[in-house]
Design a protein around this ligand. Structure first.
Ligand SMILES: Nc1ncnc2c1ncn2[C@@H]1O[C@H](COP(=O)(O)OP(=O)(O)OP(=O)(O)O)[C@@H](O)[C@H]1O
Length: 553
C-alpha cells in the first residue's frame, strides 16, 4: 500500500521540472536526458533575428518570438557539428567556386535567410574585430582554453555579437557545458527563472555548467536583470549578454561589474568584402573583375535565364561592402535580395571573361545591389540620416496636429528597430517646445511615457508611445514659453560689456557684512502685502523689458 502511494506521488523531474507520478520518473528521466541530446542534434544556433523592415523574409521562416527558450546541449551533433543548411567551414554543395545555374541558385536562396545560413561556427571564419579577438588578445586565449567568463557583448547591429555567442556555444559543447539562449524581446521573468532552476539542477546533479546567452539584454528591465544577478555571482550560470546600447546605462551596475564588457565595432569595409566574398562563393556566383567584359543592355528570355550561370560585378560587391555601414546582416540581405530580384527578372547578358570564356549569364551590377539595399536597409537606418528624417517627420506631424501621420512615423521608426527611449526623449522635448502652457499636463504625459518605456521595453511599450503621440497631435499648441525663453537667450548673447549686477534688494543677506553692504535692503516680501507689490525684478538696464513680445531682430 505504501509502495503504491509512493509510486503515485508526484515527483519533479530535475531536468525539465515537470511533475510526474513517482512510478514514471525513471523512464521519464531517461527520455528527458535523451531529449537533451536530441536538442543538440537539432542545432545550437541562437534564435533567428526578427527581420528588419523590408528585409528578406523567405517563406517558411518562423519568427524567433515563437520560442523564447532554446536549450542547447553539449553533445556533438552528427555531421561534424554543422547545422543543416549552414555552410560553416566547408563551402556549400555547388559552391566553392563552381558556378550555379540560376534555377538551382533561386532554390538555394529560399528558406533560411542567407545571413543565418552563413553564420560562422568557428573563430576561424569570424571576420574582423581584431582589437578584441586578435591573435594575442585575452578574449581569444580565454575562448581557446574554453574558459568562458561572463560577458556583455556591446556593438552596433550586425557586427557579430550573436555570431560570437554562437561560436562560444559550439566550443562550449567540447567542455560539456550547456548553452541556453533567451531573447529579452520575448522572454518573461518566468522563463529566466526556469532557466536558472534548470541550471541549478544541472550543476547539482551532473556537475554541468550552463552558459546563458541573452540577446538584446538591454530590453530586460531592472527587476528582470536582478533575477539572474545572484546566480551569475555564485557561478550557477555564465552570462553572455548582447546589446546595441551602452551597457553603462542599460545594464544594472551590479551585473555589469560581474561581467567583462567586450566592445565590438562596426565591421570595416575590408571585413565586409571578405564576408560578401565568402557568401558569393558559397552560392556559386562568379565574380567579374575589371578585365571581364559584358554588355548589360542585352537581354534574354525569362524562361531561358534559369539555365544560365550567375555573375556579379566586383564593383557591385565593393559598393555593397561600403554601403552596408559595417552591418553584415544588412550586406548579406542586400546581396540576397539583389540576386533574387535578378533571377526573378530573368534577364541575361553576354559575358566574356578575361580567361577567354564567353557565355550568356544573369548579371548583378552595382545598380542592382543598390536597389537590393534600398529595399532591405536604407528605408530605416538607425545610425544614419533616415533616423533624423523620421524623427523630424514625427515632430512636424504632431506639430501639425495630424494624428495619422504622427502614428505612421512612430511605427516606421519602431518597426525599423529604433530605440523607444530615443523617441520618448523627443516627446518630452515636444511637450514643452510645442504644447507648452496650452496644456501643461503634456509634459507629465511625456515623462510618464518615457518611464513606462523604460520599465517595460519593446514591444509592449510601443502602445505607450502611440498613446502619447496621439495625445500630442490632438493637444492645443503654444510656443509662447519657448519663444520667450529664446528671446532671453538672445538678449544675453547680444549684451555687450559686463552683465548687469543682480539688484541689491533681490540679493540674499545671510551675514551681517552683506546686510551692511545693502544686500536685501528695500526688498518687499510679497506675502506681507494685500495689494500687488510695486517692485523691480529685472536689472536696472532691462527695466520694462517684455520677452513675451515679438522682439526686434
Ligand atoms: N564578424 C563576422 N564574421 C563573419 N560573419 C559575420 C560577422 N558578423 C556578422 N556576420 C554575419 O552577419 C549575420 C548577422 O550577425 P549577428 O547576428 O552576429 O549580428 P549582431 O551583432 O548580433 O546583430 P544585432 O544587434 O542586430 O542582433 C550573421 O548571421 C553572419 O552571417
Amino acid at each position: 500500500m505504501e509502495e503504491e502511494e509512493a509510486a503515485a506521488a508526484a515527483v519533479r523531474c530535475p531536468v525539465c521540472l515537470r511533475e510526474l507520478p513517482g512510478a514514471l520518473i525513471n523512464s521519464h528521466l531517461d527520455r528527458c536526458l535523451q531529449a537533451g541530446k536530441g536538442d543538440a542534434e537539432r542545432g545550437c544556433s541562437p534564435p533567428p533575428k526578427k527581420p528588419r523592415l523590408a528585409a528578406a523574409v523567405p517563406s517558411g521562416e518562423t519568427p524567433s518570438a515563437a520560442a523564447p527558450v532554446f536549450s542547447l546541449f553539449h553533445k556533438s551533433r552528427g555531421g561534424g557539428g554543422q547545422s543543416p543548411g549552414a555552410p560553416g567551414e566547408k563551402p556549400e554543395e555547388g559552391g566553392g567556386g563552381a558556378a550555379l545555374r540560376g534555377a538551382s541558385l533561386a532554390q538555394k536562396l529560399e528558406g533560411k535567410p542567407l545571413a543565418d545560413r552563413l553564420r560562422p561556427d568557428t573563430l576561424r571564419d569570424y571576420v574582423g574585430q581584431e582589437r578584441v579577438l586578435g591573435a594575442q588578445t585575452l578574449l581569444r586565449s580565454l575562448l581557446e582554453s574554453h574558459e568562458i567568463p561572463s560577458l556583455i557583448l556591446w556593438g552596433p547591429p550586425g557586427c557579430g555579437k550573436t555570431t560570437l555567442a554562437h561560436i562560444i556555444a559550439n566550443s562550449s559543447k567540447k567542455t560539456g557545458a550547456r548553452f541556453v539562449t533567451l531573447s529579452a524581446t520575448s522572454a518573461k521573468t518566468n522563463d529566466v527563472r526556469d532557466v536558472i532552476s534548470q541550471a541549478q539542477n544541472e550543476k547539482r546533479l551532473f556537475k554541468r555548467k550552463t552558459i546563458l546567452f541573452i540577446d538584446e539584454i538591454h530590453r530586460f528591465n531592472k527587476s528582470q536583470q536582478d533575477t539572474f544577478l545572484p546566480h551569475v555571482e555564485c557561478g550557477t550560470v555564465t552570462l553572455i549578454g548582447a546589446t546595441t546600447e551602452n551597457p553603462s546605462f542599460q545594464v544594472n551596475a551590479a551585473l555589469l561589474s560581474r561581467c567583462r564588457v567586450i566592445v565590438l565595432e562596426k565591421l570595416s569595409v575590408e571585413a565586409m568584402e571578405a564576408i560578401l566574398m565568402r557568401a558569393v562563393r558559397s552560392l556559386g556566383v562568379q565574380v567579374l573583375g575589371k578585365a571581364d567584359q559584358h554588355d548589360s543592355s542585352a537581354t534574354g528570355s525569362s524562361s531561358e535565364s534559369s539555365e544560365f550561370p550567375v555573375y556579379i560585378e566586383e564593383k557591385a560587391l565593393s559598393t555593397l561592402a561600403y554601403l552596408c555601414d559595417g552591418d553584415a546582416r544588412t550586406g548579406l540581405n542586400g546581396l540576397q535580395l539583389a540576386v533574387q530580384a535578378r533571377l526573378a527578372a530573368g534577364k541575361t547578358t553576354p559575358v566574356s571573361t578575361a580567361k577567354g570564356c564567353s557565355a550568356d549569364g544573369v548579371l548583378i551590377t552595382e545598380e542592382h545591389v543598390k536597389e537590393g539595399l534600398q529595399r532591405s536597409h536604407i528605408l530605416y537606418d538607425r545610425a544614419g540620416e533616415e533616423h533624423y528624417n523620421c524623427i523630424s517627420a514625427l515632430h512636424k506631424s504632431m506639430r501639425g496636429s495630424d494624428e495619422n501621420a504622427s502614428l505612421y512615423w512612430l511605427a516606421r521608426m519602431l518597426e525599423g528597430g529604433e530605440d523607444p527611449l530615443y523617441v520618448a526623449r523627443r516627446l518630452v522635448r515636444f511637450a514643452s517646445e510645442d504644447i507648452g502652457l496650452a496644456d501643461p499636463l503634456a509634459l507629465t504625459q511625456a515623462v510618464a511615457a518615457y518611464q513606462g518605456c523604460h520599465f517595460i521595453g519593446m514591444p509592449e511599450c510601443e502602445v505607450i508611445l502611440a498613446q502619447c503621440v496621439v495625445y500630442f497631435a490632438r493637444a492645443p499648441k503654444s510656443i509662447e514659453v519657448y519663444k520667450a525663453y529664446n528671446n532671453v537667450k538672445e538678449c544675453l548673447r547680444m549684451h555687450t560689456g559686463p552683465l548687469p549686477p543682480v539688484p541689491l534688494h533681490l540679493r540674499n543677506a545671510p551675514t551681517r557684512l552683506m546686510k551692511n553692504l545693502g544686500y536685501g535692503k528695500g526688498y518687499k516680501y510679497n506675502p506681507m502685502y494685500k495689494e500687488p507689490v510695486e517692485q523691480d525684478y529685472l536689472p536696472e538696464e532691462l527695466k520694462g523689458m517684455d520677452f513675451f513680445k515679438e522682439q526686434k531682430t
